[in-house]
Design a protein around this ligand. Structure first.
Ligand SMILES: [Zn+2]
Length: 304
């Protein structure tokens, strides 16, 4: 299929009713036709309430069941508008801004909606970064600047990994980590970067274990002092991230929710050259029906 609206006008024309939004989600969820989530049978009746009724096991499923839209009280039209807003602005939109644009009454409802959309920003089974990759860490939040334990009170440490494309940034990954020790850093690198890749870091001992995990480590910066910019791509991403957290989200998302903000930043950064708002809309809507619903503990911020 891969239909997506090219303009605001097309968007409004195509997604004016609950029915048209539901049909779009149906196409995204079952592009090859219906497959029963319970028995994998391929034939279903459509009920009057818009549910699918499996012909074999008689299971009834709505197009939103098992997706981030599950149990929502908001019309799909509102969700579609929210997605359109979220992908339409280069730096994204805060929950407060979205509440205004959509004319919603409750900040909490809008916030939860944003939270669910952030979950959908992580593509299931996404690819790992390809080498060479610059890796560094940075502290987010807290009153004082500092690095690796110095003045780190109240801050959250984030691992930053950036593909080095001849001196220009490729794709990125960000991971909240417990500390700057190898026990925290190495697993985060393994999640982010393809095995056997070349990884460029400074001389920090926390990365010493990379070689024994099969990576080729290149030390770019011999000292762990602040100030000298020898990992320019990682530093660039770090400063954009900090600016974005301050500019769009007023600075300090609580550490328990930080993962979700990092996911949103990665989604935006990795698609920064895509000029088509419609295509981004399509991608996010597609991922929204392919990741499961946000469960209680995730809402409270306990993600990984
Ligand atoms: Zn079935």
């Amino acid at each position: 299929m891969e239909y997506y609206p090219k303009t605001m006008f097309e968007f409004e024309q195509n997604f004016a009713t609950e029915k048209s939004c539901g049909e779009y989600l149906y196409q995204l969820r079952w592009p090859e036709g219906f497959i029963c989530p319970r028995c994998s049978h391929k034939e279903a009746w459509k009920t009057d309430r818009g549910q699918l009724h499996c012909r074999q096991c008689k299971y009834r499923v709505s197009v939103t069941a098992g997706t981030i839209f599950q149990d929502t009280h908001l019309p799909l039209r509102v969700w579609f508008k929210a997605i359109w807003q979220v992908v339409g602005q280069k730096n994204g939109i805060s929950a407060l801004g979205l509440k205004r644009v959509l004319g919603l009454k409750s900040y909490q409802t809008t916030w939860l909606m944003m939270h669910k959309l952030r979950k959908a920003m992580v593509r299931p089974g996404r690819d790992q970064l390809v080498d060479p990759v610059q890796v560094d860490e940075t502290y987010i939040g807290g009153p004082r600047p500092g690095k690796r334990g110095r003045g780190a009170a109240g801050k959250t440490l984030v691992l930053v990994a950036v593909e080095d494309r001849d001196g220009r940034p490729g794709r990125i990954r960000l991971h909240k980590v417990k500390s700057a020790t190898g026990a925290s850093l190495i697993p985060a690198v393994k999640q982010s970067v393809q095995p056997k890749s070349e990884i460029r870091t400074d001389g920090w001992e926390g990365y010493n274990g990379l070689s024994s995990c099969g990576y080729t480590r290149t030390i770019i910066r011999e000292t762990a002092e602040v100030g000298k910019n020898l990992l320019p791509l990682a530093n660039h991403v770090t400063s954009l991230l900090k600016r974005w957290l301050i500019g769009t989200h007023q600075g300090k998302p609580s550490p328990s929710y930080l993962d979700y903000y990092l996911d949103e930043f990665v989604f935006r950064f990795n698609r920064r050259t895509s000029r088509s708002r419609g295509l981004l809309f399509y991608r996010l809507a597609q991922q929204a029906v392919n990741v499961g619903p946000l469960i209680g503990s995730e809402i409270a911020g306990g993600k990984r």
